[in-house]
Write a protein that binds this ligand. Structure first.
Ligand SMILES: [Zn+2]
Length: 378
């Protein structure tokens, strides 16, 4: 792709093509469905986490009116769909990032929810689809920016990566003239992250692995930890910031991000959907933005500051003997690896007490392969 062939910057496509000029629709079709959720006054704080440190907050005293995202203006009380043009395909047509802006009628925080930073991690798509379907902008305080697919190229190729083989989640904040991953990261930072006060980054286990629904975040930050608890996944795992990730980059701007992990790559998982959808709704309620209509979480999430993968000591066929989410004690049998041709077998045991938060989904494993992920619960 040569720069000369790119007539338009993101958000400013060339005159001959206008991928950003798209549908804009009021939300009448979903009002009946969402009516069931709003029955009592909204409790919780009406303002933002990270408010004091975050640039560009919308929770101040400024007038509440339309906001512009990329080439489009979103009016209060409406759902606005737009496309952020990113790059031309070899065909000459544009590849764009789809965005839905739920801009509330009344003032409130601006949060984003994104999925598919890794192109093969799909569980966030139905979560976002249902959020956009169920939230009625006329009853929303603040703004929810929904980005169901960030890594459009990865989704099409069923690949974690971009065509340049880079990991988008190691490419933030990116730059306008860097690699493709870098430019995509920059586009996302410019139009979605900047000006927001909280983000949800929805992931799944990587290829061949499944994850227990869980939040990964900075549990040392009390505000972030509180929202993780409100989210209500079975486990909150303290995760150090990793350079180049969306979460680390947003953190530098004072914007907390809850990374949600649930299920496996290239598959939908009903439980990962339910926990993720309800979690976002609960946090929006806590922010004072929108009633969830959900009962409070009865079991507060377990917390962990340490986790480890148990690896195969030898290649073979792997049969797991624990289920995801199970509690194990040190020494418990968690898997058996055996040969196809002989009666040899090797029992794999837990090395620590903890909760099973991830596991392989493949039967054939090689020496050193990660088999079971165990979190030590605080
Ligand atoms: Zn991921």
């Amino acid at each position: 792709m040569s720069k000369a062939s790119e007539p338009g910057k993101p958000g400013k496509p060339g005159k001959t093509s206008k991928p950003g000029k798209t549908t804009k629709s009021a939300k009448s079709a979903v009002s009946a469905k969402s009516a069931k959720t709003a029955q009592s006054p909204t409790p919780g704080r009406p303002d933002l986490p990270g408010k004091t440190t975050r640039p560009g907050a919308t929770g101040g005293r400024e007038k509440w009116g339309p906001i512009s995202i990329g080439p489009i203006m979103a009016r209060p009380g409406e759902l606005t769909r737009l496309e952020l043009p990113f790059s031309r395909l070899a065909t000459g047509t544009w590849a764009s990032i789809p965005v839905a802006v739920l801009h509330g009628k009344r003032r409130g925080p601006r949060v984003w929810v994104n999925a598919v930073v890794h192109g093969d991690e799909l569980n966030g798509i139905p979560i976002i689809r249902e959020l956009v379907n169920d939230i009625e902008p006329s009853r929303l305080k603040g703004t929810v920016i929904a980005v169901p697919v960030v890594n459009v190229f990865g989704l099409i190729k069923e690949s974690r990566y971009l065509p340049d083989r880079r990991d988008l989640n190691r490419s933030f904040p990116g730059s306008e003239r860097g690699s493709m991953a870098s430019q995509l990261a920059h586009l996302f930072m410019t139009h979605i992250v900047a000006g927001s006060s909280l983000g949800f980054d929805l992931h799944t286990g990587s290829d061949g692995r499944t994850n227990l629904p869980q939040i990964r975040c900075d549990l040392e930050d009390p505000v972030t930890a509180e929202y993780a608890d409100v989210f209500g996944a079975p486990l909150n795992l303290h995760a150090p910031l990793r350079g180049g990730s969306l979460r680390a980059t947003a953190a530098k701007m004072g914007i907390p991000v809850l990374v949600y992990e649930g299920g496996e790559a290239l598959r939908f998982n009903r439980e990962a959907f339910r926990v993720g959808y309800e979690g976002v709704r609960r946090v929006l309620e806590r922010l004072g933005m929108y009633e969830s209509g959900l009962p409070p979480v009865t079991n507060s999430p377990a917390r962990s500051h340490a986790s480890q993968w148990v690896r195969a000591r030898r290649s073979g066929l792997c049969q797991l003997t624990v289920r995801i989410g199970a509690s194990v004690k040190r020494g418990d049998r968690i898997a058996v690896i055996y040969d196809a041709a002989t009666q040899w077998e090797s029992v794999i045991r837990a090395k620590v007490d903890g909760m099973i938060i991830g596991m392989t989904r493949v039967a054939v494993v090689h020496r050193g392969d990660a088999i079971v992920h165990i979190a030590s619960v605080d």
